[in-house]
Design a binder for this molecule. Structure first.
Ligand SMILES: NC(=O)c1ccc[n+]([C@@H]2O[C@H](COP(=O)([O-])OP(=O)(O)OC[C@H]3O[C@@H](n4cnc5c(N)ncnc54)[C@H](O)[C@@H]3O)[C@@H](O)[C@H]2O)c1
Length: 346
């Protein structure tokens, strides 16, 4: 089920259990191959890494799992290793892991020697449906999310849904949150497809549909100046929640909360004519998704003020009007408190 969008610069190889193709593709590449992964993935997939280690000029680097690795310190540690290995512009970095590894790896590939080849091998549902395509990468700075980064595209993306077999429910739910975002943006039928027992979810189809939707928002706006900003639905709250929870609430969990808060606030503040909150609440309950986060609204405001989407005295919010339809609206920053209040209170 390979995907090559006509107007998209790189192919996405999407299958279940196709490690042999990954190995084959990498073996056909000349130059050094430097694989970046985290400790959890390295432990679970040591055998695959050992097989890749048989390829000519292969080396790898393992960082600790989790958001903490999207840091300057970690960036510097991996960069040191890349320098030691002597990677050149004709060599490549392979990001083998979840969104953290993809974001860190993309940023390293983009900045080392002003850009070397980059390959994404996402291993979480969230990374497969979202972060591995679109070219955004970066690291956090202090407590704040994605403050340093670039737009830089992989040469290709290898998605193997068999990696999902080792994910726990929490990590599956993180991916479901981003899929719910796509459904609210544009595709009510997609919501139906995930409104069933996890054992009955057709992950290959969900990933494919998610990528089609992401592609539709990203293809003509690679640098996030217009339509792509719709993908930030729920993310203004989400990034702030991640920051103030010190990343105890992870990205997907924060996105789930952010989506529900936006749906609730949109109805209460008169944007959505009918509430679709009960529908989301049912789905969240069925799948075990986070519904809320208790915090001080001043802390939330402070974190939102660091959000890249804030411009001067306004902030652009993506407001859901109904499932499948959203608008982008500049909101005066002083009105944000209303949105937080309306969204977070049941
Ligand atoms: N660049 C983008 O466009 C974009 C989009 C969305 C999210 N993101 C970023 O992605 C990050 C979140 O990604 P994530 O949810 O994948 O987090 P993650 O990379 O931290 O992975 C989550 C956990 O799952 C483990 N893991 C990874 N693959 C596994 C597997 N196959 N089996 C078992 N465990 C596995 C990891 O070790 C980690 O502990 C955030 O930093 C977020 O900001 C980026």
């Amino acid at each position: 089920m390979d995907i090559q969008f006509n107007d998209f610069p790189y192919p996405i190889y999407l299958e279940h259990d196709h490690f042999s193709q990954l190995k084959e593709r990498l073996s056909q590449m000349s130059g050094k191959k430097f694989l970046l992964t985290d400790q959890n993935v390295a432990t679970l997939y040591q055998e695959q890494i050992d097989q890749l280690d048989q390829l000519a000029s292969f080396s790898y680097h393992i960082v600790p799992p989790g958001e903490g690795s999207k840091s300057l310190a970690c960036y510097q540690e991996v960069m040191n290793h890349m320098v030691e290995v002597g990677l050149t512009r004709s060599d490549c970095l392979i990001a083998f892991g979840g969104g953290v590894i993809g974001d860190l790896g993309g940023f390293l590939a983009a900045t080392y020697l002003r850009g070397i080849n980059f390959i994404q091998v996402p291993t979480t549902l969230l990374a497969m449906v979202d972060s591995a395509i679109g070219g955004k990468n970066g690291i956090n700075f202090g407590a704040y999310k994605n403050q340093v980064g670039t737009f830089y595209h992989p040469a290709w993306v290898h998605i193997d849904s068999s990696y999902l077999n080792t994910l726990d429910i929490r990590q599956i739910n993180n991916g479901l949150a981003e899929i719910i975002k796509y459904a609210i943006l544009t595709d009510p039928a997609l919501l139906e497809k995930i409104n069933r027992d996890k054992s009955q979810l057709n992950y290959l189809n969900l990933i494919k549909r998610s990528l089609e939707i992401k592609h539709a928002y990203v293809a003509n706006d690679l640098h996030d100046q217009g339509k792509r900003q719709y993908l930030n639905l729920g993310h203004t709250f989400a990034h702030a929640i991640e920051s103030i929870s010190n990343h105890q609430v992870n990205h997907g969990e924060a996105v789930a909360i952010g989506l529900l808060w936006m749906a609730r606030a949109s109805f209460k503040l008169g944007w959505a004519r009918q509430s679709f909150v009960p529908l989301l609440e049912d789905l969240y309950q069925k799948q075990g998704l986070f519904q809320t986060y208790y915090c001080d609204s001043q802390d939330l405001m402070k974190a939102i003020n660091h959000d890249k989407k804030k411009q001067d005295l306004t902030i652009h919010l993506i407001i859901p009007l109904e499932i499948g339809k959203c608008v982008r609206q500049a909101i005066p920053v002083h009105e944000l408190g209303q949105w937080i209040e309306a969204g977070s209170r049941i």
